[in-house]
Design a protein around this ligand. Structure first.
Ligand code: BGC
Length: 762
C-alpha cells in the first residue's frame, strides 16, 4: 500500500534526506533519496517519468504530444526538450514541482550541438582542429550558455564514425577515425559535464547515436546498418565507449537496426555491451520517435515494441509515448514486470539527482545569468578563434594567401553575404541576424585600407526546389530571380575591377545534417560555371569553400589556385575567415575525413584493410589487382591533410628501442622544424601497422597526435609513447589485447606523407 504524504512532503523529504547523515546500510545518498521517492510513487507515475515529449519548436518529426502542461500535472512527463529561456522553463518546472502529486522536477533537454547562441564550428569542422582542449572549451561554453537559459541536458556529443560523405550527418560527428573520435568524445563530455554536475553551469551530456548510425547503407539517412562484431568493436564502438569512460550521464539509442534488431530495442547493445561490458550506469533515451518507428521497421505494434524497448534496456521514450500509453497494459498481460519499470524510472530519477534538481528544481532558472552569460564578448571571441582553428587550407598555389589588406578584392558567391548560413546545421539557439557574414568580416578587417566589391554571382543551385530543401529552418539564401547568366555577368563586371577574387561557394547549411543525404558530392553546377568564368578573368581566385561534408573536389584541385575549406564556422565565421585570409591567423586545421575523387569510390577511408591483391605502391592500373579501371584508389585529399602558410619539415623517426614487451613502451620522436617565415601550428600524427594478426589489421591506424605551435625558424622534438594498450585490438572472439610480431610505424603531417620505421613486440 502506498502512503500518501502532504502537498510539499515529497520535496521536503528529498531535501531532508539529501542533507541528513549518515546513510543507512552503507547505501549512498543518491540511492537513499531515489529509493525514498520511488517508494512513494504509483506505477503510473513511474511510467510517466519515462516520457519525454517535445515542447514544440525545432522538431525533427511530427509533434505527438499535445497538452503538455496537463500531462506534467498528471505526472505523465519526466522531461521536456525543445524548450528554452528561463521564463519558459521555470513555468514548466513550476507545474511539475507544485502541481503534480509527486513534485518530481523535470529535466530539460536540447540539441546543444556546437555552441548555443555563441555558435562554434559544426562538429566535423571542430574535429579538424585536432585540439581536444579547444574542443572541450567549446563544449564548456555551450554548457554555460545553455544552462544560463534554463537547459540542463544536451543531446551531444554525436560520435558516430562515418566513412560515407553521402550521409548528411557526417557533419555532426568527428569524422572517420575511432582513435581521434574517442579523444574528442571524451573532451566533449568533460566540457559539458565539467567536474561537478551539481554546479549550475554544467549540464548532462548524452552521447549519440548508439550505435553505428554513421554506417547507414548508401549514405541514406535512417537506413539499415550491418557489420561484423569485429569491425564494430575495433572501428565504430570506441568513441561511444570513450564517452562512457568519461562518465557521460546518458546515451541515445540510434534509429538504425543492428543485426536485424532496431538499436532502440536491442538488448545486446543496450544491456550486454553498454551496461555489462562497459559499466554504464546512466540512463538510455530513444531518438525522436525511435520507439514508434520500430513498427515501420516491421518489429511489432506500439505495445510490442515499447515492451521490447524497455526489456532491452531503454529508459526514456522521446516523443513516441509508446512507453507512456502501453506499459501498464503490458504489465497486466505479464509481458514485462513492474520491476523493469521501476529500474528505468530509477535511472531517470538518478539523473535528476545528479543534476541537483531535487535540491533545487530551479537551479538553472536564474535571470541574471541569462543576461550576462549568453552570447557575451568573451564567448564570441572564443568562437571566433575556434572557427579559425577548424579551417583547412587545401591548396595555396604560389602563396596567393594570405591576402594583403590593400587594393580591390572582389567577393563573389552565394555564400558571401549569407548571415543565416554561417552557423550551419543544428544551431537551434543561434541569432542568425547577428552572425558575421564573410562580407562583413572582410569589410571590417580591411577598414579603409582596401576596397571590397561584392556580387552574388549565382544562386546556390539552378534548381529552385533543391535550394529550398538546402536552406530550411530560416536559413534562406534569398534566391535571386535573375538568370544564371545575368548573375554571372554582374559578377564578372565586379571582378574586372579587382586585384583578387574571393569566391564564397559550396553547400548551404542544410545540405548536410539530418535527412540531408546527397548522391552527388560536387559543388552545384551553377556555382562551378561561375568559378570557371571567374578563372577565365586570369585574376587569382581564392575559393572559400563552405561544406558540411567531404566534397568531390577533383576538378577544383586541378584548376583552382587556392582552396580554403571553412565548413560552417559558427556565429563568428565571417571574422574568422577574414583572420585567416589576411594571415592574422595561420591555418592549421587538418582533415578528419578522406576527400574522394568521386562518389563511386565510397566508402573511402585511410585505415583500410589490405586485400590479397593490394595495389600497394604499384602504379595504377594493374590488371588483377584491387583497383578500378577508370580512377585510381587515391583520394583527392587524404585523412589528416591540411596546409599552412609556413612550411614544416620532419626529421627521420628516432626510437628509444626497436623491441618491446607488453609491460614496456617505446618512446618515438621526430624533430619538427618550422622552416618558413611565419609562426604556425602543426598536427603531428603517429600511425602504426600491425603486420600480422590473428585477425587482419588496417594498413594504417592513428595512434597518437599532437598539435604543436612553432615560431618561424624554430625546431621542437615531438615525442610519443608507444604502449601495449595502443597496440591492442579486439580479436575474433572479441577479447582485447596485443599480439607479438612486427609493426610498422609512421609519423607525419597526414596519413599519406609520413616517415617510416619498424619495431617488434615480443
Ligand atoms: C535526431 C537527434 C536529436 C533528436 C532531438 C532526432 O531527429 O536524430 O540527433 O537529438 O532528434 O532533437
Amino acid at each position: 500500500m502506498k502512503i500518501r504524504i502532504g502537498l510539499f512532503g515529497f520535496l521536503l523529504a528529498f531535501i531532508v534526506l539529501a542533507c541528513s547523515k549518515p546513510t543507512p546500510n552503507g547505501r549512498d545518498r543518491m540511492t537513499v533519496v531515489v529509493d525514498s521517492v520511488l517508494g512513494q510513487m504509483t506505477l503510473e507515475e513511474k511510467i510517466g517519468q519515462l516520457n519525454l515529449p517535445s515542447a514544440g519548436a525545432f522538431t525533427t518529426g511530427a509533434v505527438e504530444s499535445s497538452d503538455i502542461a496537463k500531462k506534467i500535472e498528471e505526472g505523465k512527463v519526466g522531461g521536456l526538450f525543445n524548450i528554452k529561456t528561463v521564463a519558459n522553463i521555470r513555468e514548466m518546472q513550476k507545474i511539475a514541482v507544485e502541481k503534480s502529486r509527486t513534485k518530481i522536477p523535470l529535466i530539460f533537454g536540447m540539441d546543444v550541438i556546437h555552441g548555443y547562441q555563441s555558435v562554434f564550428p559544426i562538429p566535423l569542422g571542430l574535429s579538424c582542429s585536432w585540439d581536444t582542449k579547444l574542443i572541450e572549451r567549446s563544449a564548456r561554453i555551450a554548457a554555460q550558455e545553455a544552462s544560463a537559459d534554463g537547459i540542463n541536458w544536451t543531446f551531444s556529443p554525436m560520435v558516430d564514425i562515418s566513412r560515407d560523405p553521402r550521409w548528411g550527418r557526417i557533419s555532426e560527428g568527428s569524422g572517420e577515425d575511432p582513435f581521434l573520435g574517442a579523444a574528442i568524445a571524451k573532451a566533449m563530455v568533460r566540457g559539458f559535464q565539467g567536474n561537478d554536475l551539481k554546479a549550475n553551469n554544467t549540464i548532462m551530456s548524452c552521447v549519440k547515436h548508439y550505435a553505428l548510425y554513421g554506417a547507414a547503407e548508401s549514405g541514406r539517412d535512417y537506413n539499415t546498418t550491418d557489420m561484423s562484431r569485429h569491425r564494430m568493436y575495433n572501428e565504430y564502438l570506441p568513441p561511444y565507449k570513450a564517452a562512457v569512460d568519461a562518465g557521460v550521464g546518458s546515451v541515445m539509442a540510434s534509429f538504425n537496426e543492428i543485426d536485424g534488431v532496431p538499436a532502440t530495442a536491442n538488448k545486446w547493445l543496450l544491456t550486454d555491451v553498454l551496461r555489462k561490458e562497459w559499466g554504464f550506469t546512466g540512463f538510455v533515451v530513444s531518438d525522436y520517435t525511435g520507439v514508434s518507428e520500430m513498427s515501420a521497421h516491421g518489429f511489432g505494434d506500439l505495445q510490442t515494441v515499447s515492451a521490447k524497448a524497455l526489456d532491452a534496456g531503454l529508459d526514456m521514450d522521446m516523443v513516441s509515448e509508446g512507453l507512456l500509453t502501453t506499459l501498464m497494459k503490458s504489465v497486466k498481460e505479464g509481458k514485462i514486470i513492474e520491476e523493469q519499470i521501476t529500474q528505468a524510472c530509477r535511472r531517470v530519477l538518478e539523473a535528476k539527482y545528479k543534476l541537483g534538481l531535487f535540491d533545487d528544481p530551479y537551479k538553472y532558472c536564474n535571470d541574471d545569468r541569462a543576461r550576462t552569460e549568453i552570447f557575451n564578448t568573451s564567448n564570441r571571441a572564443e568562437a571566433r578563434n575556434t572557427a579559425a582553428q577548424s579551417f583547412v587550407l587545401l591548396k595555396n598555389k604560389d602563396q596567393i594567401l594570405p591576402l594583403l589588406k590593400k587594393g580591390t578584392i572582389a567577393l563573389i558567391g552565394p555564400l558571401a553575404d549569407a548571415k543565416e548560413n554561417m552557423t550551419g546545421t543544428w544551431s537551434v539557439a543561434a541569432r542568425f541576424s547577428e552572425s558575421i557574414s564573410v562580407r562583413e568580416g572582410l569589410q571590417k578587417a580591411v577598414g579603409s585600407n582596401a576596397k571590397i566589391v561584392y556580387a552574388k554571382g549565382s544562386n546556390l543551385d539552378a534548381d529552385e526546389a533543391i535550394e529550398e530543401r538546402a536552406t530550411m529552418f530560416g536559413k534562406s539564401l534569398h534566391r535571386d530571380q535573375r538568370s544564371a547568366e545575368q548573375l554571372r555577368n554582374e559578377a564578372l563586371a565586379i571582378a574586372k575591377q579587382a586585384d583578387v577574387i574571393v569566391a564564397a561557394v559550396g553547400e548551404a547549411a542544410e545540405m548536410s545534417g539530418e535527412s540531408s543525404s546527397r548522391t552527388n558530392l560536387e559543388i552545384p553546377e551553377v556555382q562551378i560555371e561561375l568559378i570557371k568564368a571567374l578563372l577565365k578573368t586570369g585574376k587569382p581566385v581564392v575559393l572559400v569553400l563552405f561544406t558540411g561534408r567531404p566534397l568531390v573536389l577533383k576538378w577544383e584541385q586541378d584548376n583552382v589556385p587556392v582552396i580554403l575549406n571553412v565548413w560552417f564556422g559558427g556565429s563568428e565565421a565571417g571574422d574568422a575567415i577574414a583572420d585567416v585570409l589576411f594571415g592574422d591567423v595561420n591555418p592549421s586545421g587538418k582533415l578528419t575525413t578522406t576527400f574522394p575523387q568521386n562518389v563511386g569510390q565510397l566508402p573511402l577511408y585511410y585505415a583500410q584493410k589490405s586485400t590479397g591483391r593490394p595495389l600497394a605502391d604499384a602504379k595504377w592500373f594493374q590488371k588483377f589487382l584491387s583497383n578500378y579501371l577508370d580512377v585510381s584508389n587515391d583520394p583527392v585529399y587524404p585523412f589528416g591533410f591540411g596546409l599552412s602558410y609556413t612550411k614544416f619539415v620532419y626529421s627521420e623517426i628516432k626510437m628509444s628501442k626497436v623491441e618491446m614487451n607488453t609491460a614496456d613502451s617505446i618512446s618515438v620522436s621526430v624533430d619538427l622544424s618550422n622552416v618558413g617565415t611565419r609562426d604556425g601550428a602543426e598536427v603531428v600524427q603517429l600511425y602504426i601497422r600491425d603486420l600480422v594478426g590473428s585477425v587482419t589489421r588496417p594498413v594504417k591506424e592513428l595512434k597518437g597526435f599532437q598539435k604543436v605551435f612553432l615560431k618561424a625558424g624554430e625546431t621542437k622534438t615531438i615525442t610519443f609513447q608507444l604502449t601495449n594498450e595502443l597496440l591492442s585490438f579486439y580479436r575474433h572472439d572479441l577479447s582485447f589485447g596485443s599480439e607479438p610480431g612486427e609493426f610498422q610505424l609512421f609519423v607525419g603531417a597526414n596519413s599519406r606523407d609520413v616517415k617510416q620505421s619498424r619495431f617488434t613486440l615480443r
